[in-house]
Design a protein around this ligand. Structure first.
Ligand code: ADE
Length: 375
């Protein structure tokens, strides 16, 4: 991924990005960070790029033309029109969803203002995204640009090693990270929670989820309103459950799974909440050649003779967002049934999403954004 930072202080950007993980990523070619000095595009002999504000008032305003020319110079170089992010306190504060969405871009222009800001007209003409890094005012956009580059780079393939991987991250589920411990087992008379020494993977996962919830409630209760629980329901050939798990794990680390081939489930009543997200993965999703029954003692064979309405007769929503994955016929049948049961379908997805890793990841990202908007 290539970042182009338009700034009056290029050295501030270059010095910072060349250290630590971003520095390593630049060296390995996973990212590049080019700086463009807006002053080089001044239209004046003095090389000034600011002037007094119309209407009076304190401070200076950056002129539109040098900024415009700086943007065009990058567009000319890469032969396209990338997203242009303007760093400003007058914007939505950057969050992880936005970071991940920007990480999908190949090129990104980041515009840093100074003084009292930039002439509004060039912003209107060039900027696609306005981003703040917090509700306070900095002397310029450079620190914001550095924060953005750092956060976005972590999602660019190759930037983090497997160990550093960003797949399971604080804030992915709008929950804060659980507490972490390392050796020694007892330090200053405080011991590591015993569950972490138990070796019981499921118990550890459960404990971590509870601690994440507790910590979020205490420290950032505002995040909880954007927190939802994904319930992945699959039925069909054994492969359907695996596909459902793959997609769910790209969306959340705390998914719940239900196999609706199980007769017991088909007979019970299940009511999903408004803060759930239903991910329904239907038979076609598993593709060809996956019709055999795996692990006969745990997996109940798929009975294709059952209609959707029979299989899901006890299944209810309450303004619950739902994403359906299946063939066109399956989608149609499931949609009308689920809509009548008070689910709100926010996306219908073809089984082709499972064909390619990037497609799967982008689909997951899209689902997360849609779910946040829905809530
Ligand atoms: N420029 C000045 N203050 C800023 C902030 N809070 N976020 C991003 N850019 C800025």
């Amino acid at each position: 991924m290539n970042f182009y930072v338009l700034t009056l202080f290029p050295e501030m950007i270059q010095n910072a990005v060349e250290t630590s993980i971003t520095g390593r990523a630049i060296k390995s070619g996973s990212i590049s960070v080019d700086t463009v000095n807006i002053r080089d595009f001044s239209t004046r002999k003095t090389m000034r790029v600011d002037d007094y504000p119309y209407g009076g008032g304190a401070g200076m305003v950056m002129e539109p033309e040098p900024v415009f020319r700086a943007v065009k110079s990058v567009e000319g170089k890469i032969g396209g029109r990338p997203r242009v992010v303007y760093m400003t306190p007058q914007a939505q504060v950057l969050d992880q969803t936005k970071v991940e969405s920007l990480a999908q871009e190949k090129n990104l222009i980041i515009l840093c203002g100074h003084y009292e800001g930039i002439d509004e007209r060039v912003l209107q003409e060039t900027v696609t995204d306005y981003i703040s890094i917090g509700d306070y005012v900095l002397t310029g956009g450079e620190l914001g640009a550095l924060v953005l580059i750092d956060a976005v780079s972590r999602f660019v393939p190759g930037v983090l090693s497997n160990e550093e991987s960003s797949q399971f991250e604080s804030l992915q589920d709008n929950l804060l990270e659980y507490p972490q411990y390392t050796r020694p087992e007892i330090w200053h008379e405080m011991s590591v929670p015993s569950v972490l020494l138990s070796g019981d993977h499921l118990r550890i996962e459960k404990w971590r989820h509870e601690e994440s919830l507790k910590r979020t409630k205490e420290r950032r209760p505002d995040l909880l309103k954007n927190s939802y629980r994904v319930v992945c329901v699959s039925y069909g050939e054994p492969g359907a459950a695996e596909k459902g798990r793959a997609l769910t794990e790209c969306i959340t680390r705390y998914g719940e799974y239900m196999d609706y081939n199980r007769r017991k489930l088909q007979k019970t009543t299940f009511r999903m909440k408004p803060w759930n997200l239903l991910l329904l993965v239907m038979p076609g999703a598993a593709g060809e050649g996956s019709t055999s029954c795996r692990e006969a003692e745990t997996v109940v064979c798929y009975d294709p003779a059952l209609s959707f309405a029979e299989r899901f007769r006890g299944f209810y929503g309450s303004e619950t967002p739902a994403v359906l994955v299946g063939s066109r016929e399956e989608l149609a049948e499931a949609s009308s049934f689920l809509e009548a049961r008070k689910f709100r379908i926010i996306a219908r997805i073809s089984p082709a999403v499972f064909d390619e890793d990037t497609l799967l990841r982008n689909t997951a990202l899209d689902i997360r954004e849609k779910t946040l908007h829905f809530h």
